[in-house]
Design a protein around this ligand. Structure first.
Ligand code: TRP
Length: 330
């Protein structure tokens, strides 16, 4: 069975865009692949979170992924820092990663620009840690968005370099995972661009019903069509895009027709959209609340994940140490 692996950023709550665009696909992969999903908490240290925030964020991400349908029995769901073997492989791969190539990566340049007061070595070697995450489980496929393609390319490069250096065919070169269909982009509620974390733009899986209603009722629209069959403005098009994903075909057609003959009332459209979004999110939201209360369950999940991940990781480290030439004197 092919191995799929993905690292999950440990900051920020999941929004509808994350869910429909990525997490829902992860859930479906679990039956057909051997999946590793981990919360990238070592990586998050590049921005120096406080100990309280680090813990809270990791916990929240764990709760939300479980609530969204990641099954800790089917998949290996773990917290990166529970697998110190990753840190060792990172150290070893760093010996073969060059300053020039690391400085040239887009994500490094971007982060260095965003946090000029904190351009630390962890930020520079972020792609090396990511490569260690991936190759430690010999992953075949990594589902990544556009922004992570270059990092994945670096992972292939580091894997290849290790093989060449030690004249082995040990590490696989991880390929980007293609979900087949075009990736859906979920637009935000503020009229432009995709759904993100900014205020007023996103609907979160942790939002309760009333919050979702309020957010959607406040979504940006326009003054309404005055000429039949006119082109939609971006904010209105965005609401229809979400409607098409969450609502029944009949509902979409009904409002499209109303738009085309200029009788549409955006308030009605929003009310319907809110109810359909709630229908989708509510079961997940309820599971978030349940799991959040259940420390015992979270402990069990984290322990199981750590055990499964370390089993695979420690085998790799043992083999890598042999290849490199570390020999025991005792
Ligand atoms: N860099 C990824 C992100 O920002 C997270 C990540 C860390 C990751 N390690 C990974 C993704 C390994 C895929 C594979 O989203």
């Amino acid at each position: 069975m092919e191995i799929v692996l993905s690292g999950i950023r440990s900051t920020g709550n999941l929004h509808l865009g994350n869910y429909l665009g990525a997490v829902q696909n992860f859930v479906k992969l679990q039956d057909d692949y051997k999946c590793y999903f981990f919360i990238a908490d070592y990586h998050s240290l590049t921005t120096h979170p406080t100990p309280e925030n680090l813990y809270k964020n990791v916990r929240q991400v764990l709760v939300e992924y479980l609530a969204a349908g990641i099954d800790p029995e089917k998949s290996t769901l773990y917290i990166q820092s529970d697998v110190p073997e990753v840190a060792e492989l990172y150290l070893l791969l760093n010996m073969n990663a060059y300053l020039g190539e690391l400085e040239r990566t887009t994500s490094f340049k971007e982060k260095a620009r965003k946090q000029p007061e904190n351009v630390n070595a962890g930020l520079l070697t972020y792609p090396v840690l990511m490569a260690a995450d991936i190759v430690i489980h010999h992953a075949d496929k990594v589902p990544v968005g556009k922004d992570q393609e270059q990092n994945l390319e670096m992972a292939r490069k580091f894997a290849r370099r290790f093989n060449t250096m030690y004249k082995v065919e040990y590490f696989k070169e991880p390929q980007p995972f293609n979900f087949g269909k075009e990736l859906i982009k979920i637009p935000g509620l503020d009229g432009t661009g995709k759904m993100g974390k900014s205020e007023g733009n996103g609907i979160f899986l942790a939002d309760d019903e009333n919050t979702i209603r309020k957010k959607i009722m406040r979504a940006v629209t326009d003054t309404g069509p005055t000429v039949p069959n006119s082109e939609m403005t971006e904010p209105v098009k965005n609401l229809f895009t979400i409607l098409e994903i969450v609502s029944e075909k009949d509902t979409v057609n009904y409002f499209k027709e109303q738009y085309q003959n200029c009788t549409i009332r955006y308030g009605d459209l929003k009310k319907q959209l809110a109810e359909d979004v709630i229908k989708l999110i509510k079961p997940i939201n309820e599971r978030i609340k349940d799991i959040d209360k259940n420390n015992e369950y979270l402990a069990k999940v984290a322990k199981l994940g750590a055990e499964k991940a370390r089993e695979s990781a420690s085998k790799t480290i043992k083999e890598v140490r042999e290849i490199i030439g570390f020999k025991k004197f005792y």
